[in-house]
Design a protein around this ligand. Sequence first.
Ligand SMILES: Nc1ncnc2c1ncn2[C@@H]1O[C@H](COP(=O)(O)OP(=O)(O)OP(=O)(O)O)[C@@H](O)[C@H]1O
Ligand SMILES: [Mg+2]
Length: 227
Amino acid sequence: MSRRYASAVALDEVSLDIEAGSAVALMGASGAGKSTLLHLVGAMDRPDAGEILVDGARVDDLPRRGLDRYRRRIGFVFQRFHLLPALSVLDNVLAPVLPRRVDFDRKARAMDLLDAVGLTDRASALPSRLSGGQQQRVAIARALIGRPPLLLADEPTGNLDSGTGHEIVDLLLTLREAYGMTMLVATHNPEVAAVCDRVVRMRDGKIAADERLTPPDDVLDRIGRLG
Ligand SMILES: Nc1ncnc2c1ncn2[C@@H]1O[C@H](COP(=O)(O)OP(=O)(O)OP(=O)(O)O)[C@@H](O)[C@H]1O
Ligand SMILES: [Mg+2]
């Protein structure tokens, strides 16, 4: 896939195949194209050339309704937590599913997720009362409320000190394992990359290196275990 802007080629004929259930770190200098790639995979942006297939289906040319349906199956976590300041922690987690008809108990699931991220006792607090790490936990719970098979994270530890960042990464990996998600994480943090299954290094919109830390068979085993 490629993505050009007037002033720059953000992605230059990148080709990448990601196994379901794996955690892949995208590394590379500022401007290398990491966020652009995440936005294309999340269908928040379209490529100028090439195709993007998720679960065997193209997602780069979806019509409006297909786009909504696809985006609901993706969880996004950002460097800035983007919580709604006037809403409680619980309501922030509920926000993505409030306008939708769903076949599960929204509040029960939101409370389960707050439990999973260790924030049950802060459910009625406003985000401004929480630390950065706690706010990112809320953002993660919110990203998972629709049980997305794919989680896209753009520098999820970028605004956190290294200890807190570490906790967030551990949490993401635990949740990934529990829910069987595929995870694509753009990061400058080598600690984050080190715990992923694979590290893809980008440079000037191209893939400069692609290193597997977990053998593909082990990733398959994990998916098999999850059934
Ligand atoms: N909306 C935009 N308009 C114009 N150029 C853009 C836009 N978004 C990104 N670019 C350009 O595309 C290239 C890739 O940017 P991208 O944001 O994907 O990099 P990145 O690897 O995420 O960097 P960082 O580590 O700083 O987040 C850069 O040259 C950038 O200036
Ligand atoms: Mg970026």
